[in-house]
Design a protein around this ligand. Structure first.
Ligand SMILES: NC(=O)c1ccc[n+]([C@@H]2O[C@H](COP(=O)([O-])OP(=O)(O)OC[C@H]3O[C@@H](n4cnc5c(N)ncnc54)[C@H](OP(=O)(O)O)[C@@H]3O)[C@@H](O)[C@H]2O)c1
Length: 371
């Protein structure tokens, strides 16, 4: 089923890392079995997208490709096996591709080809392109329906603001994975980045008390104010990462029992001791979702004697997204500027967008490209 698709559309194409992106006219894909064609309204720009596409992060991906991660858009056409999705439906386009015949295959098209032959094959031959384009072909199951009437006209979210979902969903995946319960206390570290800040927002919405750790005291103060303004009675404390393990551990201990930790250490913080401090204050049976790239964190005796769970987590499950959308549609998140302040760029100004995203980061901040 399809509305009329143009034969060509504009897309942000990376021929080689050295050449950088160019806006090009490319053929519009057709909806075949198992796919949907989405008219993109906003494509998310994460804080370190520049580092991915200038090669600094050394993420493996083939070129040429259309750049981009997740997006918000409307279904333009669906393959013959669609049973729910129809043209006009608003959807969140998930950037995680999962092997349909192999649950071990999971990767990020246009970003990282994953660790297995199966994901490399899919990236090479089938699902390579991202969403920085007027239209994108995506797996049917990657389209998560959004109630546009409720979210946009009822709660007042703009399509661009809904892109903040791509930050919020990731910590939700980690927190759900370690079964965070309402009333529990969770340390989020570091909390001043894009995903870390979103983790604070999500944990508050899940009914937890949050201890947010970070190096930047000014940003920690902004984070606390943002949370308090958006959620009446929110339970939030902040602890500065000093670089001294003992000092940071003592500062966390002052807040009493800690049930869980959510870590988002970037490569630059892989040797920082903040995660060791956070794990050190976990109660017996405490859980830690390790979503970042921290190395050398294993406080052996503590983990063994206190039955601590250290659990890695890549992104989220499809079920997490469906559950999260229900929370958003019920109105359990702040709205307006208390949700997110979104900076909007065109495809042509991709460079400015990538630079802006590296600066305009942290809780309640988002950058999008609109084709
Ligand atoms: N598991 C997954 O599926 C998944 C998904 C998305 C992202 N990630 C990982 O999560 C990481 C963080 O994402 P993000 O969006 O929060 O990144 P970001 O926006 O780049 O922020 C980086 C954060 O790390 C802090 N930091 C940097 N260097 C540090 C150091 N030496 N010591 C202590 N803190 C330091 C920054 O603090 P300042 O504010 O003080 O600079 C900031 O809080 C990413 O780099 C990625 O590797 C994992």
């Amino acid at each position: 089923m399809s509305s009329t698709l143009p034969s060509q559309h504009r897309a942000l194409v990376l021929e080689t890392i050295e050449a950088g992106f160019q806006v090009k006219q490319v053929p519009t894909p057709q909806p075949i079995l198992g796919t949907a064609i989405v008219r993109i309204a906003a494509s998310g720009v994460i804080s370190y997208l520049r580092e991915i596409y200038n090669g600094e992060r050394q993420y493996p991906f083939p070129t040429p490709l259309v750049g981009g991660t997740s997006a918000i858009g409307h279904i333009a056409a669906v393959g013959p096996d669609a049973t729910l999705l129809q043209p006009g439906q608003l959807v969140f386009v998930d950037c995680v591709v999962r092997g349909r015949d192999n649950p071990s295959v999971m990767y990020l098209p246009a970003i990282h080809e994953g660790l297995r032959d199966g994901s490399r094959k899919l990236m090479r031959d089938v699902w390579r392109d991202g969403t920085m384009a007027e239209f994108a072909k995506v797996p049917l199951e990657n389209c998560i329906p959004l109630d546009e009437a409720r979210l946009c006209r009822g709660l007042g979210y703009s399509l661009q603001d809904l892109m903040y979902l791509h930050y919020l969903l990731v910590p939700y995946g980690g927190l759900r994975d370690i079964k965070l319960e309402p009333g529990e206390t969770v340390v989020v570290c570091p909390a001043t980045g894009g995903f870390g800040g979103a983790g604070v927002q999500v944990a508050i919405a899940m009914g937890a008390r949050v201890i947010a750790m970070g190096r930047n005291e000014k940003e920690l103060a902004r984070l606390k104010e943002h949370v308090k303004k958006g959620t009446l009675g929110a339970n939030i404390e902040t602890v500065k990462i000093t670089g001294d393990e003992g000092t940071d551990t003592a500062a966390l201990q002052a807040y009493g029992i800690v049930d869980a930790v959510l870590d988002f250490s970037p490569p630059a913080a892989s040797k920082s001791t903040h995660l060791k401090s956070a794990i050190a204050v976990l109660r017996r049976g405490g859980r830690c979702s390790m979503m970042g790239l921290a190395e050398d964190v294993m406080p052996g005796f503590k983990v063994v004697l206190d039955d601590i769970t250290l659990k890695g987590k890549f992104m989220y499950e499809r079920e997490d997204m469906l559950q999260f959308v229900k929370i958003l549609e019920r109105g359990l998140f702040p709205t307006g500027k208390n949700f997110t302040d979104t900076k909007i760029f065109t495809l042509e100004s991709w460079k400015e967008a990538f630079d802006a995203a590296a600066e305009h980061t942290g809780i309640g901040k988002s950058v999008v490209l609109t084709p």
